[in-house]
Design a protein around this ligand. Sequence first.
Ligand SMILES: N[C@@H](CCC(=O)N[C@@H](CS)C(=O)NCC(=O)O)C(=O)O
Length: 309
Amino acid sequence: MADELILHHYETSPFSEKVRVALGLKKATWRSVEIPSMMPKPDFVPLTGGYRRTPALQIGADVYCDTQIMLAEIERRLAAPSMIPVGAEGAVWAVNWWADRLFFQTTVPIIFGTIGEHVPEAFLKDREQLSGRPFDPNLMKAAVEPMKGQWRAQAGWLNTQLAASASGWLSGPAPTLADAATYMNFWFLGRNLEPLVEALTAGMPHIRPWRERVKALGHGTPIPLSSTEALDIARASSPAQPPPHDPADPLAANPGDAVFVMADDYGRDRVEGLLVAANPERIVIARNHDRTGDLHVHFPRAGYIAGRA
Ligand SMILES: N[C@@H](CCC(=O)N[C@@H](CS)C(=O)NCC(=O)O)C(=O)O
């Protein structure tokens, strides 16, 4: 069906886990396409226009790159139960941003500096290509000890927030995007180094029950789909009504102009297309590929560079 949520992801991906938790919170039924954890991704990049990062969400002929815009779209399409906390509707996106960037960049070197020597060489090479700089477990090893203190400091903020919460959730009476986004870091460190999570949260009694609560949200109901079926669904669909274009957008381009979009941190592959709409939340570009037909590809603005192609 053209309006099914199709998540392109793989099991060990922490950003995918964030979205899976959000889908659990929503009790959603969704289609699950397992994609490779490293390049090449021949059935994935025709959908994204060259963006390689994991995950992406496809709904018919609309493709959403980056969890920030995926979550905004999931909330728009599946409004109840909401994952946006009342009274913190803007702040929750700042929490998401912190969890994706600052907290995550503390989690990654701890993991790879500790277990990196057991990681296959091909994976390390792929991540080197992704980040554009050496992805060397030996260099990360030196960062492990200093990062542990930083990781614990950030876990401490969460413990303090949870201590003040009557509901046991981070923001308001029910689980929200703040819980899903933050949990990703505990899940990623925990699935690789659970004893270390225990050590770094020693004396923080609210963390473990909160992790268990988030885990119990589950992942909704995933129904497997092959990558070629997903491409066929795109080809058989047309893009949905796009969001409004903001004429005051600093991109200073008009719908129909050739533009590019790229991440500003890692996985900086340049995706080109014709501008459909740009506004403070997202940029949407039109693309065509012979395996997908016409697509609209959506990216968030925060964390991405866009310009005229
Ligand atoms: N800001 C992006 C980050 C996504 C990200 O870093 N994903 C990792 C996997 S969890 C990735 O793309 N790794 C390389 C790959 O899967 O090819 C988002 O929120 O989606």
